[in-house]
Ligand binder design. Structure first.
Ligand code: HEM
Length: 403
């Protein structure tokens, strides 16, 4: 954990749209009474991994079966597809159990979330891409995990795979038989289990990690990442004054609750309401953010990937926008260069752009076209799967970062 003072934690929390910030020196104290399971217990999620998946994937890796699994998975795309033929029997048995929605999933809410995602799409591309994506690089464990895992050396294809997850989550039929999100989540869950088995064999990762017992990606870590995605985005939309009905807010949370379940997070850790999510985020995310050499390197790579497409703005503007949505503290940690003229334009122009788009102001801001081209360019980047010409399937790694 970085040595953040309580005051700077509060400032960072406010900048990220999380108002309540717990004292980082306090132990885990989030009661599961506020979770989907609604049981009044306090369990440390950083000591929980994925018992249903980890031993299975470890054995598949040890037996050299993963390349054949990846090959069989290539044609497995839609939730309603039959499980691919030719998988090891123990993997088929496992998938028969997990390749389904939880009993508490509510199709009405999921359908409402899909419509909400569509209506919010331009803001979502921007906030997930420049907000959450760059925030992941100041989550120390995630930055070190991503950097030292196999995909850390090929960030363009890794970004494209992450876009696949986002694309499948945001599709109108994401949770329907024709959609692909349940399948993509299962591939991701298996990928995380592989990382848990592989990264501990990396001497370079072991030299820098603070992960419990040298096992990465605990339930606690996944919750942290959820807050950098869903909770952060929800907070920003509220902060920007974007109109959302109570039902839409609930639906957007529900989609993430199901997503967390599909990634193997226990129901007693999944927040049941936005209030519970925000209080959990205050414990798990805000206090642990900080700078690492791996995170600085990854942020630079990711921002350069975004710069490859023409967003009609300078690199300086793009870096300042990342600072604007994440805070200057995070921008400084990541050594993002300053461009004060762009910052002034953003601070005046962005709220005016949002107000006009949302029908809260009749005045077209003079900078409207700058922001419009910028957000539409980011949307195209996402829809083109991160400049990759074709759909990039998620594949289970078989090694760590080479070299
Ligand atoms: C892989 C999503 C949490 C570390 C992936 C992939 C997706 C994904 C879609 C497959 C694409 C790829 O290979 O890059 C998510 C989501 C999370 C989450 C939605 C939480 C809501 C985490 C956390 C960590 C982590 C907490 C580490 C602390 C990794 C690593 C890979 C990976 C190391 C593998 C990269 C490789 O192939 O080398 N994740 N993840 N993820 N994730 Fe996550």
């Amino acid at each position: 954990m970085q040595n953040l003072s309580r005051r700077s934690v509060l400032t960072l929390g406010a900048a990220l749209g999380v108002t309540a910030v717990a004292d980082p020196s306090k132990a885990w104290a989030w009661s599961s009474a506020e979770s989907i399971a609604a049981v009044d217990t306090v369990t440390d999620p950083w000591k929980v991994w994925d018992d249903a998946t980890d031993p299975l994937v470890a054995s598949l890796l040890d037996n050299g079966q993963i390349p054949a699994v990846n090959a069989a998975f290539a044609s497995w795309r839609a939730n309603g597809d039959p499980l691919p033929a030719g998988l090891p029997a123990n993997l088929t048995t496992y998938l028969q159990q997990v390749n389904t929605l939880p009993s508490w999933a509510d199709q009405t809410k999921l359908a409402r979330a899909a419509q909400f995602n569509k209506r919010m799409s331009l803001y979502l591309f921007l906030l997930y891409g420049l907000g959450s994506g760059i925030m992941s690089t100041v989550i120390p464990r995630e930055a070190r995990n991503v950097y030292w895992s196999e995909g850390g050396a090929v960030m363009q294809s890794r970004a494209a795979k992450t876009f696949t997850y986002g694309y499948d989550l945001s599709a109108l039929d994401a949770f329907q038989p024709t959609g692909g999100f349940v399948v993509t989540s299962n591939k991701t869950r298996l990928t995380h289990a592989a990382v848990r088995h592989l990264l501990p064999t990396s001497a370079k990762w072991r030299a820098v990690t603070d992960d419990q017992d040298f096992i990465p990606i605990s339930n606690g870590d996944i919750l942290v990442t959820f807050h950098s995605l869903g909770t952060y985005v929800h907070g920003k939309l509220k902060q920007w004054g974007i109109r959302m009905s109570a039902a839409e807010e609930e639906a957007y949370l529900h989609q993430w609750q199901v997503a967390l379940h599909l990634l193997g997070v226990r129901d007693d850790f999944i927040p049941a309401s936005w209030a519970a999510a925000k209080s959990q985020s205050a414990y798990v995310l805000t206090p642990i953010m900080g700078s690492t050499p791996e995170g600085v390197a990854l942020a630079d790579i990711l921002l350069n990937l975004v710069s490859q497409v023409d967003l009609g703005v300078t690199k300086g503007f793009q870096r300042e926008f990342a600072r604007y949505v994440l805070s200057d503290k995070i921008g400084d940690w990541l050594k993002l260069p300053r461009d004060y003229a762009s910052r002034t334009l953003i601070e005046v122009g962005w709220p005016a752009y949002v107000a006009f788009r949302e029908g809260l102001s009749p005045i077209i801001p003079t900078s409207f076209s700058v922001f419009d081209q910028f957000v539409r360019g980011l949307a195209m980047l996402f829809l083109n799967n991160g400049t990759s010409p074709t759909y990039t399937p998620i594949t289970i790694p078989t090694g760590n970062r080479p070299g």
